[in-house]
Structures are given as C-alpha cells and as structure tokens.
Ligand binder design. Structure first.
Ligand SMILES: [Zn+2]
Length: 513
C-alpha cells in the first residue's frame, strides 16, 4: 500500500484554520449543522480472544525470511521464494489446507493463492479477504539504517521485525491463524469465504489479483456480501486535527490508466531540418495537455469522509465540513468552492479532486545528428469515477488539437472503483469488530484512497459494490508508518495477537451480515 499519500491526504483537515464562525452562532442559519453530529458507534463490548501467540509469532517471523520481492522489472521474479513460501504456509496451517480448497492463479506466473472455505448455505452471498504475499525490495543504500537484518525475521524488544511484517504478511498470517483456530473448534462458516493472497500487489496486481478477479467473475459470482483488503492501520493522530486513535476505512479508490502518445513522421539529417521536429511536436502536445487539467469536483467518498470525520474536527469549521458532507454532486456551493480552493493548494490533496495527469516517460532520438522518425511519451492518469480511457482520450484530443499524435492504452487499466456504502451493514459490522477488539476509545471513519491496493481489481466490478480497506493492526504512532516500504518495518507482538483476534471475530460477525 502506498502510505505516504494516505497521511498527506488526511492532513487536509489542518489546512483550514481561523474560521470566524462558532458552531453555536451558525447553527440557526444552517439546518445541515443540526444533523452534523457524531456518527461513532457507542457501547460496543470489548472482548479478548486467546490465541497461540508464541506459535503465531514464530510463523510470522519465519514468513519474513522468504524473499517474496516484487521488482519493477518483472523478469526478476524469484519463483523459488514464492514456491517455498507456499509450502511453508501448507506446513504451518494443516487444518486450513485440509479443509479449504487451494488454487494457484496468475498470468503469466501462477503464484497467487485462492482459498475457498465452503459455506454451509450456498444461497448466501460470499465474503472475501484479501492480503498480499509480495514485499517491496530493501534498497542497498538504506541497509545501514536498519536496526536488524530486514529478512532475518527477528523478534526482539516486543516487536516482530522485517520486510513484510507490517505490509502485508501480517495480514496473510493473521487470517490463516484465525481460520486454523476456527477449524480446530469445528466451526464452519454459513457463507462461503474466500482468501486471496496476491503475488504482485506492489507492482499493480495485473498478474495476480486481476487474474483472480477474472476467475471469480467467470465462476458466476453475482455479488460479494463483504470484501476486505489492507489500507491504513489503526493509528493515533493519523488524521491531523484528531489526536485520538483512529481507524480509517477505505471505501473507494481511484483508477489507473497509462496512455502512450506518439508521433510517427519522417526523420532525416540534422543539417536540413524541417521547421517542426517530431520531438517539438510531441513536446508541444504534452505542454497543452498539462495546461488542460481535468476539472475539480468533490468525490462522493470525500463527502462520506467529512460526514464521519467532520463532527470530530474543530468547532469553528463545522459549517465548511457540513457543506462538503451534505453537498450534492453537480452543484458547487460557495462553501464547497472554498473547500476546493484549499484542497487544490497542495498536490496530495489536489489528487483527491480530479483525474490527475502525470507525464512519466519521453523517448526519442539516438544520435546527435539524426532527426528521429518518431517520438513517444507515456502519460499516467489516475481517474475519478466516469473518466474512462475513452473519456480521457477525448479530453486529450480536444486539448492538443493535433491529429498527427496517436494514442494507445498501454496499461492493464482499471477504472475508478465502486464506492462502498459507509452506512451499510458491511461497514457497521467492520466498525463493530474494530471496537470489539480495540475498544470504544477510537474514531472510525470512511475515507477516499488516492493510492490504491489490489482490491481495486475487485472493487471496480459489478460483483463487488462494497469493498472496505483497512489493515487490522494497531500502530503506536504515526512514526511507525515509516516502516511501510521504509526502514525498520515492525509490529508489536501483543498487537499481532489482536490482529488474529480481529479476523477470528469477524468470521463470527459475518454470520449475522
Ligand atoms: Zn501493501
């Protein structure tokens, strides 16, 4: 998961300051404010679940030693690391492997795992839990900052250390530990539960998660009752402006489209150049495109985020948060305009407001005295809902107004996802489970994920209207976030016990969904 964007986008709350109105003075003239009250679930009884923590810690620390690394260069894929990790899972969770059906999927390399835990009632809609087995590499120049060897699986000072301990092998193993416990107790779910463990989340999931989503779609699943994937862990102060412990639940993700723009003309000798070179023509087209930014609008998931988070934020800006929360798509009030103006001031929060345009590659020319016969550029877009590749191409065509430029979709593109229902039973069940495990002294809120994880391959399809993303682990503070893709990745042993308890409990809670 790309966590940097997560923290930064949450920081929008801090951008508003020095509002002049108090909640009391404006309430009379703004009826929305009367309904703008805390949406936090109250009075959930906290429970504690006994787990075999020593055994579980041994298994997770051993898991870290398998170098299931996703490199950007896909030919650099360690099949042996994945195969031996799969074998290790089989040895570690014998009951799961006796009871659940295990399949390998992935194209061209079948190293993603799909487990099917057959439910007692085939008429019930299934549920799916997603986590990924791959990890990001450890750059050589960061090695000296690690306090432990990143792939040693060290356990010390009350932490499990190493690459993947936080992102995301802890979730793979917490799910399997909980399932193993349940099966030993003779428990079987009523609805079928799938586990999907991806092989290439860190490079977009085109080989793994996308393929598994295709397989499940081909099997005729009409609708999942509940899908869960990683995103933000529970962290105090993750949403600036709120010091309390907070669980952010991702309810929507942006899409991903990469287009290659090209010009194919005639080359020639540099001693007799035409007035316009291919490089010049393409560069001008890119400049025009960057000047034609997609318009700003407030994503429905951002409205949901402020509906839940707004009442917990500063009193003076309540009218502003309420305006965003209760605003209507297609209309922009003055308050919403103010929100958009503030949000568009920095690139991270601006990314929440529109389909972004990022020119990432530009290729032309091989020699100083040869005019290249062609030039190509790659532009990466992160679309808002409705901005399909076709819509984006029409936008480009209009912006550059040059028929000499051709366009080609070179990505395993995914559209902006469905927006999960933040007032629906799946969200409520998730919030209840979070409170059962971590107590009521925390804020739970939906949020809009600008980065994205593998569940986008499910969430963009009709069968998955409600996908919720949250990493079920408690971090002590925002400082621990640096472990995601960074140095000294680690989790607290005691908190890992709660992760396992979380999945154990959510399997039960799914029964009443
Ligand atoms: Zn991840």
């Amino acid at each position: 998961m790309k966590t940097k964007t997560l923290i930064a986008l949450a920081s929008v709350a801090m951008l508003f300051s020095c509002g002049q109105n108090t909640k009391e003075s404006t309430e009379k003239n703004n009826p929305d404010l009367e309904n703008f009250t805390s949406k936090q679930m109250k009075g959930v009884e906290q429970i504690s679940i006994d787990v075999d923590l020593d055994g579980a810690v041994k298994r997770l620390s051993k898991a870290v030693t398998y170098k299931t690394i996703s490199n950007q260069d896909r030919s650099d894929f360690d099949k042996e690391a994945f195969s031996s990790y799969h074998e290790f899972l089989e040895e570690s969770y014998p009951e799961v492997h006796k009871t659940l059906k295990k399949e390998l999927h992935g194209d061209p390399r079948p190293f993603s795992l799909l487990y099917t835990w057959e439910g007692k009632d085939p008429t019930l809609q299934p549920a799916l839990f997603y986590a990924h087995m791959d990890v990001v590499p450890v750059p050589e120049d960061s090695r000296d900052q690690w306090k432990v060897e990143p792939f040693a699986g060290t356990v010390k000072d009350g932490y499990i250390w190493g690459r993947g301990s936080l992102d995301d092998k802890n979730q793979v193993h917490a799910i399997l530990e909980a399932a193993e416990m349940k099966i030993k107790e003779g428990w079987q779910p009523s609805r079928t539960i799938y586990f999907v463990f991806g092989q290439d989340e860190e490079v977009g999931g085109a080989e793994g998660a996308k393929k598994v989503a295709d397989v499940l779609e081909e099997r005729g699943i009409k609708r999942f009752a509940y899908i869960m994937d990683e995103s933000a862990p529970l962290t105090p102060g993750i949403f600036p402006g709120i010091e309390e412990n907070t669980a952010l639940i991702g309810i929507a993700q942006k899409g991903f489209v990469s287009l290659e723009l090209a010009i194919h003309g005639i080359g020639g000798h540099s001693s007799m150049p035409p007035e316009e070179s291919n490089i010049g023509i393409l560069a001008e087209a890119i400049t025009k495109l960057e000047k034609a930014q997609f318009p700003y609008r407030i994503h429905p998931a951002v409205r949901q985020q402020y509906l839940y988070m707004g009442p917990e934020l500063d009193a003076e800006n309540q009218p502003l948060y309420a305006a965003v929360a209760f605003g209507k798509d297609g209309e922009v009030t003055d308050m919403e305009q103010k929100f958009i103006e503030v949000m568009s001031k920095n690139e991270v929060t601006r990314a929440m407001l529109h389909t972004t345009i990022a020119t990432t590659m530009f290729n032309a020319g091989i020699k100083d005295n040869v005019l290249p016969p062609s030039a190509t550029a790659v532009v990466n877009f992160r679309p808002m809902p409705g901005d399909t590749p076709e819509v984006i191409m029409a936008h480009i065509k209009k912006a550059i107004g040059d028929d000499r430029i051709t366009m080609k979709d070179i990505s395993a593109s995914t559209p902006a996802t469905n927006i999960a229902d933040a007032s629906g039973p799946g969200y409520k069940m998730l919030e209840k489970t979070v409170r059962q495990i971590w107590g009521n002294d925390l804020i739970v809120s939906p949020f809009f994920v600008v980065g994205g994880s593998d569940s986008k391959h499910f969430q963009a399809r009709d069968f998955a209207p409600d996908v919720y993303t949250m990493t079920a682990i408690q971090l002590e503070n925002t400082e621990e976030f640096k472990g995601f893709h960074g140095v000294n990745e680690r989790i607290l042993v005691d908190e890992y016990a709660k992760s396992i308890g979380f999945f154990y409990q959510i399997f039960d809670n799914l029964e009443s969904l």
